[in-house]
Design a protein around this ligand. Structure first.
Ligand code: PAF
Length: 282
């Protein structure tokens, strides 16, 4: 597995792979990898990638003041071993100064789909995400890029950016990977200790209840989202941020009878801010 640190080195690797006629797959991450990330590598290969690059970069521009940028978990040695074992060909590990040198002043702002949900609680977050993903695309020149569906709004933001800026990358969403008790895998789960870890199940519990109701014929988006929110509200250690039913493709708010809906939830449990979602009726 090659290690690349600068944008120039990443570009040179991508140019060489393209010259060989290889289809490049990109798996962007912020490190502290878990099985969910490994599944992204697998999905990249299933999508026909012949040369897979993964990036590890804790991107400061997507963290707001007072958020967990400094204490975001990091374990580079373990991450590299996991990517190597997963069959990644190159890992891109730029430093903050490589990505944002003195004088950096260009940002990508996807309007519309960045608003509401996590965009409301984390102003500037999706601007940071879109900017860094644009930079990763330009350096690694992927044919296909894979992102987890756990960050559902992020995926919609990246799809919009890719379309609007004519990147021409095939964006693939990979299904959420869950712990045995339903909790969606996340690097931030490391913040959950003891009773908070148990309480964190309320997010997936509510979503699974909504799925059960949908299975029994309930089609009211407000009722389905309400059920998911109530499971979080009923957990004393959790603080509900939002529980909303949205159009699975456009993320437009939905009310009343629906054929398909994505229910998105966010809550604080102890020190961790957690998100989760489920799509019903796709
Ligand atoms: O989902 C993530 O890990 C990050 O938001 C991403 C897409 C790697 C951009 O920093």
């Amino acid at each position: 597995m090659e290690r690349l640190v600068t944008p120039a080195a990443m570009r040179a690797w991508a140019d060489a792979r393209r010259a060989e006629g290889a289809r490049i797959g990109l798996v962007p991450t912020m490190g502290y990898l878990h099985d969910g990330h490994v599944s992204l590598v697998r999905v990249a290969k299933e999508a026909g990638s012949e040369a897979v690059a993964a990036s590890i970069f804790v991107n400061p521009t997507q963290f707001g003041p007072g958020e967990d940028f400094e204490k975001y978990p990091r374990d580079e040695a373990r991450d590299l071993a996991m990517l190597d074992a997963a069959g990644v060909d190159a890992v891109y590990l730029p430093g903050v100064k490589d990505m944002y040198p003195e004088g950096h002043q260009t940002f990508v702002d996807v309007t519309g789909v960045s608003r509401g949900l996590c965009g409301a609680a984390r102003p500037g977050h999706f601007r940071g995400v879109a900017t860094v993903v644009a930079k990763l695309f330009l350096a690694s020149k992927p044919h296909v890029a894979v992102f987890g569906e756990k960050d559902y709004q992020q995926l919609a933001v990246i799809r919009a950016m890719n379309r609007d800026l004519d990147f021409g990358v095939e964006i693939v969403g990979a299904p959420i990977v869950r712990e045995e008790d339903g909790l969606a895998k996340s690097s931030r789960n490391v913040y959950l200790k003891g009773e908070d870890r148990v309480a964190a199940r309320c997010l997936s519990r509510g979503l699974f209840r909504a799925r059960e109701l949908f299975g029994k014929g309930e089609r009211d988006a407000g009722i389905l989202a309400g059920v998911a929110g109530a499971a979080i509200d009923g957990e004393p250690r959790a603080l509900l941020e939002y529980a909303e039913g949205r159009n699975p493709v456009t993320l437009a708010p939905l009310a009343g009878q629906v054929d398909a809906v994505t229910i998105l939830v966010a809550a604080k449990v102890g020190p961790a801010r957690l998100i989760d979602n489920i799509t019903l009726g796709k």
